[in-house]
Design a binder for this molecule. Structure first.
Ligand code: 3PG
Ligand code: MG
Length: 400
């Protein structure tokens, strides 16, 4: 991993710190439904304030169409942010650049923080515009990026801005990069990658990269159905990408060539409909009835993955192993999550997980706190698993 500066390497006393955060949190009817990203940002804000900095938080929120849109305002995030940082006052600026932003920043009192309006209300943000970055840079003396989960976006507040001011990674960015490096760049072997989710087609690059990196690859979720079909198994009415079977065979051949052992489901929980409490059957994968759908891995597959885990030193996990949102199809994912948690807690396993659905599944299994590291990132975590260089990480490395 490239070297980058952290909060220990910069002096923020008396300075204005422009902090790129990711406050893109799920909100329903004006209420934050999962505050994880806000909570994980708090240590960085607190540290900067304690070191005497004046903190100016900037973030995107949702995907507005490049102009102001009240539905995507960050204003409702001011109070949840305040709650997460021990009640320190959060002053909201109704624009992220210009007169309004300058006024709020200039009036900041010690201990207060500013929250700027959604960066994406200016289309120049996503265009990585140098002029927009300069307008942001006017507001600060140093730049701290704590938005690992947005590091896959080469946007002005992430890329261009990092080159205009002395830049450093915040604590969350640092923790994310350390965890991912420990899991993939210099891991203790054997390494097992556990990959689930709906589609092979969205995870091709990821599978190819992981095959070159890990010792074992276990696949669940509906994407396993495509691999099973490619191996001549009957998948009934299961969710499956029939046009991807050639590609699936190539992936399996690549795994053989790279001597990466692949664990595919050997049994499945099937039902005729995906509905809560649906009547289920448990069948070997070569006996899936033509009118049934595979909705979870079966107990033998769980046992096989769990036994592989006991032989593993490092786990990288992305994607649920079944239709976990709808019980009882969450059982496979929960059973494997519990095993990973137990092995992690007894010091036998380093476990790193990430990606939107994965995080929700681990939270539902009640194991989030018991794994070594659960990333706050969705897309950025996936791109890291594809072996791609993330613009936000590259920009930090380039400035040291
Ligand atoms: C995320 O939630 O994945 C990040 O905040 C990035 O958001 P985006 O996909 O809208 O760029
Ligand atoms: Mg996203």
């Amino acid at each position: 991993m490239a070297k980058f500066r952290t909060l220990d390497d910069i002096d923020v006393r008396g300075k204005r710190v422009l902090l790129r955060a990711d406050l893109n949190v799920p909100v329903k009817d004006g209420v934050v439904t999962d505050a994880t990203r806000i909570e994980r940002l708090a240590p960085t804000i607190n540290a900067l304030i304690e070191q005497g900095g004046r903190v100016i938080v900037m973030s995107h929120f949702g995907r507005p169409k490049g102009g102001p849109d009240p539905a995507f305002s960050l204003r409702p995030l001011a109070q949840p942010l305040r709650n997460a940082i021990g009640g320190r006052e959060v002053i909201f600026a109704a624009d992220c650049i210009g007169e309004e932003a300058r006024r709020v920043v200039a009036a900041l009192q010690p201990g207060q923080i500013a929250l700027l309006e959604n960066l994406r209300f200016h289309k120049e943000e996503e265009a990585n515009s140098p002029e927009f970055a300069r307008a942001l840079a006017e507001l600060g003396d140093v730049y701290v990026d704590d938005a690992f989960s947005a590091a896959h976006r080469a946007h002005a507040s992430i890329d261009a801005l990092a080159h205009l001011l002395p830049a450093a990674a915040g604590k969350l960015m640092e923790a994310e990069l350390e965890a991912l490096t420990a899991a993939l760049e210099s891991p203790t072997r054997p390494v097992l990658a556990l990959i689930g989710g709906a589609k092979v087609s969205t995870k091709l690059d990821l599978l190819r990269f992981l095959i070159s990196k890990v010792d074992l690859l276990a696949i669940g979720g509906a994407m396993a159905n495509t691999l099973l079909l490619a191996g001549g198994k009957p998948v009934g009415r299961s969710l499956c990408e029939r046009e991807m079977t050639d590609t699936a065979r190539e992936i399996l051949a690549l795994a053989r060539y790279r001597e990466c052992r692949v664990i595919l489901p050997e049994d499945a929980v099937v039902a005729s409909e995906l509905a809560p409490g649906a009547e289920t059957r448990h069948v070997p994968v070569d006996a899936v009835p033509s009118d049934a759908m595979i909705l979870d891995i079966g107990p033998q597959t769980v046992a096989r993955i769990n036994s592989a885990l006991t032989e593993t030193r490092t786990l990288v996990w992305n994607g649920p192993l079944g239709a976990f949102e709808i019980p009882p199809f969450d059982r496979g994912t929960i059973a494997v999550a519990k095993k990973a948690a137990e092995l992690t807690q007894t010091g036998k396993l380093l476990s790193v997980a990430g990606g939107g659905d994965t995080v929700a599944a681990l939270a539902a299994a009640g194991t989030t706190e018991q794994l070594s590291y659960v990333s706050t990132a969705g897309g950025a975590f996936l791109e890291w698993l594809e072996g791609r260089q993330l613009p936000g990480v590259a920009a930090l490395a380039a400035t040291t």
